[in-house]
Design a binder for this molecule. Structure first.
Ligand code: HEC
Length: 126
């Protein structure tokens, strides 16, 4: 699968081109229903999205609290930190009981989307 050190995953999953490596692209993944749809559970104060959930922690300023490597780890497989978490493992394959049938056996997001989210969330300082 992947080997993280502690709660960090230093090595990017893929290399983005300059055009792909923007916070705007990451924000789109964060909001879009067909992509991450992270707003289902998370709120970010600087984000204007119609509905933002509160099942997960508020991610305003998360870039000041967590390093890019720590953020990457939490997106790839948060169940490694908390086996009982309700947050899906976005880049892990295999039978995941929280996941709808269409996601079983394949990651929910691709490597590009994960890296774009890392850029976006890391940019949220404060
Ligand atoms: C079903 C609800 C849910 C969804 C959907 C979800 N998360 Fe989470 N997330 C959580 C919860 C709950 C936590 C707290 C960690 C735990 O449960 O141990 C968390 C933690 C995090 C953290 C760590 C925050 C911190 O302060 O430690 C990050 C970063 C994060 N989520 C990003 C995302 C991103 C990006 C997405 C979309 C790709 C997403 N989450 C989708 C519920 C969710």
């Amino acid at each position: 699968m992947f080997s993280g050190v502690g709660d960090s995953l230093e090595t990017p999953l893929t290399t983005l081109t300059t055009e792909q490596a923007t916070a705007t692209a990451g924000q789109a993944v964060f909001v879009e229903r067909d992509a991450g749809h992270c707003v289902l559970c998370h709120r970010i104060d600087s984000l204007s999205a119609p509905f933002q959930g509160d099942l997960g922690p508020v991610l305003t300023g998360v870039g000041s609290r967590l390093s890019p490597a720590q953020i990457r780890f939490r997106l790839v497989d948060p169940s490694r930190l908390n086996p009982d978490t309700i947050m899906p493992s976005y880049f892990k394959t295999g039978p995941l009981h929280q996941l709808p049938e269409q996601y079983k056996g394949k990651p929910i997001l691709d490597a590009y989307q994960i890296e774009q989210l890392v850029i976006y969330l890391s940019s949220l300082k404060g």
